[in-house]
Write a protein that binds this ligand. Structure first.
Ligand code: 5CA
Length: 439
């Protein structure tokens, strides 16, 4: 992408309404624009990151055996009357009436709709286990939308729903999602710690929140620091096998709890030097709630014994749009964002120090073509801005590499390569710079 043809409206001033660093940086870096309280337009740079995060989530869901579909944002109120949640959900639900006076709502979550889809088609245990997921916008009329994408009213969620014949199989399905979550967040450069949690309006006894530690997090958390050292399951993890040992490692060995369920007495059993009190951002939550929806909604399956019973269900959410904020909170410095490679909107910022000068233009074009061919998605700053402004802009938007090409270096056969995360600079021939980036 050539910057002269792109839409990257950077802000010079720090917007006064933004209270936390991720919100400030997303506004300054031209990623996001507020259209109403808690409702945002995703500008091109923000949209690219959103899509990258979504893709990682999708790949790990698919790897764990979940199947993608897409449900609508609008739902019939009657569906929610079947489960009894229409009235329970309260003021957070955005209720809408269509021209025929039918009650609709903008979905805050999809347990009812997925149960309706399941019961329409599945009758037998032979179709199980089944896990269906989608990545779709949700609306919750939060009392205090704040911190930008962290607590929006309209936000993008991945929500998966598991269906099993009995509780044991349901727990195995829960474990598959649990492991997939460990992998998903690690791939984004995040350390997300599963913590025992309350299930709130979704329901059920078994629930974990996946929490990224950050000073600006909304909830207080208590943990044994040794949980931070546990290894993330690799790509070769066997989703067909028994995952209980991995889940037990993460849930049974070390203390980790949010303030809602914190137990000071149990926490006191952790050695004082290992005790950490911190704040955290909830990037995902998993629930197992058995037949809470399938029983009232009559989603029945017959087992090998021919007897019908309500299907056992769980649901598994990831805050896809919230993750942008969480990643920036975890990875930035005074100059701006530092994107982990896996979610960076572009891989390399290619900076021309003298657009219009034949040799510089030629070297930049060569680099641009080579980087594109390498799949590194360069953003080529071919504008007439001063070098200082270009450097500041690249630092702000936080691409992993900066490749700087100017007349003086070229006269000596070199370019400058900067790694955003460390600030390390190398003066090398262009071919060498390309080799380093391509590694
Ligand atoms: N149906 C279940 C799981 S599929 C569910 O709705 N779970 S949830 O309420 O915990 O939401 C899932 C994830 O969405 C949360 O972990 C959080 O990361 C994200 N989320 C929830 N509310 C908001 C919000 N107002 N703004 C941004 N992200 C949110």
């Amino acid at each position: 992408m050539r910057l002269s043809r792109y839409f990257l409206p950077l802000l010079k001033e720090t917007p006064s309404e933004a209270q936390i660093v991720s919100h400030r940086l997303m506004l300054r870096a031209g990623m996001l624009r507020q259209e109403a309280a808690g409702i945002y337009a995703w500008l091109p740079l923000g949209h690219r990151v959103l899509r990258k995060i979504e893709e990682i989530v999708r790949q790990e869901m698919d790897r764990a055996g979940a199947v993608e579909l897409l449900m609508p944002t609008l739902q019939l109120a009657d569906l929610w009357r079947e489960s009894g949640r229409y009235d329970d959900y309260g003021a957070e639900m955005l209720r809408i009436t269509d021209r025929h006076e039918r009650d609709l709502l903008y979905g805050p979550t999809n347990e009812e709709m997925i149960t309706e889809i399941f019961r329409a088609y599945v009758r037998s245990y032979k179709a199980l286990p089944l896990n269906l997921y989608h990545i779709q916008w949700k609306f919750r009329d939060e009392q205090r939308p704040r911190f930008g994408v962290m607590r929006g009213r309209e936000f993008l969620m991945k929500d998966a729903y598991s269906f099993d014949l009995d509780e044991a199989a349901g727990k195995a399905a829960y474990n598959r999602m649990f492991v997939a979550y460990l992998r998903t967040f690690a791939r984004m450069g995040l350390k997300a710690i599963p913590m025992q949690a309350e299930s709130g309006p979704i329901g059920g006894e078994l629930s974990h929140e996946f929490i990224v530690l950050a000073q600006t997090g909304e909830s207080a958390v208590y943990l044994d620091r040794r949980i931070l050292e546990l290894p993330t399951p690799g790509e070769d993890v066997d989703y067909g096998g028994d995952l209980e040992p991995i889940v037990a490692d993460w849930t049974g060995r070390y203390y980790a709890a949010t303030e809602d369920v914190h137990d000071p007495e149990r926490f006191a059993q952790t050695a004082e030097t290992d005790r950490v009190t911190a704040r955290g951002i909830e990037v995902g939550q998993t629930f197992f709630f058995g037949d809470k929806y399938s029983r009232p909604m009559k989603a029945l399956v017959s087992g090998p014994d021919g007897v019908d019973r309500p299907v056992q269900m769980g649901s598994y959410g990831i805050g896809v749009s919230r993750l942008l904020g969480a990643i920036i909170e975890a990875s930035h410095d005074d100059s701006g964002i530092i994107w982990p490679d896996a979610v960076a909107p572009f891989g390399v910022g290619l900076i021309s120090l003298r657009p219009g000068e034949v040799a510089v233009d030629a070297a930049c074009e060569e680099a641009y073509a080579a980087l594109t061919a390498l799949g590194k998605e360069p953003l080529y700053d071919d504008t007439d801005d001063r070098p200082g402004a270009k450097f500041a802009a690249m630092d702000l938007i936080g691409l992993p590499w900066q490749l700087i090409i100017g007349p003086r270096g070229l006269a000596e056969g070199t370019v400058e390569l900067k790694r955003r995360a460390t600030g390390e600079r190398q003066i090398v021939p262009l071919a060498k710079a390309l080799e380093i980036i391509g590694r």
